[in-house]
Ligand binder design. Structure first.
Ligand code: NAP
Length: 317
């Protein structure tokens, strides 16, 4: 059983990297499987890789860029001996111990597993989205804002993400129209006020995006009014979708208990315990309430301590 590790961590956002820092410092020699850089939705480092300025992570009074914060956490995890694999987990077997975590043909075994696979952006479900993503359509202002210098663009959504993205995009775009399906925003008051005060931001209330135009690149959108059903078009060459998130739990269907509607993993109150003993979950994959970097990091710490104590009681005694 010498190839059986104490702990494998799946996912490398603030939750996974904090779990890595703590388990590494507890001499558990964690293996962290961080994901593949190919994707814009579940890339290593998680959602903060798609964020600009983070102003609310304690310890950074002047703010810090999301990708820089994640690079710091990763370096901190490595400093204490975390082994990092830049691959995507393809399957897991939690039916017996040691647990098995596979990356294509390679199988890794561990006494405990910490799941921190996070969440990703929701899409509108329109046919052209697939074709136009990366061609004027984006879910990440940080990644793609630069390409929209001088453009007129639209952002869909009324939450903090939509307002944050729209505000950021005004650095590049001539005009940003926020399209929201209701007549009031969900975003926090301070972010609303910033957007209302920004002369480059306009609002289109009570509207759904019902079509996206353009063969090779976005050339406009169709809007349908939610109050009277009237249809109009808006000529934009960029469209950013910021309507919320979905947890990355496809790997765990029928393997871990999850909310049947939302897919978020279920953890026991005040702990990171899943319904499988020895498997712990932390961060956005099990949190649809707070969804903050700092709460994800906090729950990563909880998972590390839970795993450490569980290993002590069940494996190393
Ligand atoms: P969110 O708060 O769930 O907001 C999603 C928005 O998209 C809502 O306004 C919703 O409309 C709209 N929406 C949902 N599905 C839609 C659809 N199919 N078509 C059109 N519109 C749709 O998501 P979020 O903005 O991504 O924020 C998630 C969490 O992260 C929140 O807790 C937020 O506070 C936090 N966050 C914080 C910051 C920050 O503090 N810097 C930045 C980003 C996010 P309704 O309002 O009508 O439901």
């Amino acid at each position: 059983m010498s190839d059986v590790r104490d702990v494998i961590i799946i996912g490398s956002g603030p939750a996974g990297l904090t779990a890595a820092i703590y388990t590494a410092r507890a001499n558990l020699a964690p293996l962290l499987i961080e994901g593949e850089p190919s994707s814009t939705s579940d890339q290593p480092g998680g959602q903060l890789m798609l964020t600009t300025e983070v102003e609310n992570f304690p310890g950074f009074p002047d703010g810090i860029m999301g990708p820089e914060l994640m690079a710091n956490m990763r370096a901190q995890a490595q400093r204490f001996g975390t082994e990092i694999l830049t691959e995507k987990v393809t399957s897991v077997d939690f039916s017996e111990r040691p647990f098995r975590v596979s990356v294509r043909d390679t199988e890794y075994r561990a006494h405990s597993v910490i799941v921190s696979t996070g969440a990703q952006s929701l899409m509108l479900g329109l046919e052209p989205e697939r074709r136009l993503i990366g061609h004027g359509l984006s879910t990440c202002a940080t990644c793609d804002g630069f390409f929209f210098r001088g453009h007129e663009i639209a952002v869909v959504g009324g939450g903090d993400s939509a307002i944050e993205e729209a505000t950021f995009l005004t650095k590049f775009a001539d005009k940003v129209t926020i399209v929201h399906r209701r007549d009031e925003l969900r975003a926090s008051k301070i972010m609303q006020d910033r957007a209302f005060a920004n002369p480059k931001i306009e609002f289109r209330w009570n509207a759904h995006v019902t079509d996206i135009f353009g063969d090779t690149s976005v050339s406009g959108i169709e809007l349908t009014d939610t109050t009277d059903g009237s249809v109009s078009t808006l000529a934009v060459t960029g469209l950013f979708i910021a309507i919320g998130h979905r947890p990355n739990t496809d790997l765990f269907v029928d393997k871990l208990a999850m909310n049947p509607e939302t897919g978020y993993l279920i953890t026991q109150d005040n702990s990171s315990y899943t319904d499988v003993e020895g498997v712990f979950a932390c961060g956005d994959v099990q949190d649809d309430v707070y969804r903050q970097a700092i709460t994800a990091a906090g729950s990563g710490c909880m998972a590390a301590i839970d795993a450490e104590r569980w290993l002590e009681a069940n494996v190393h005694h």
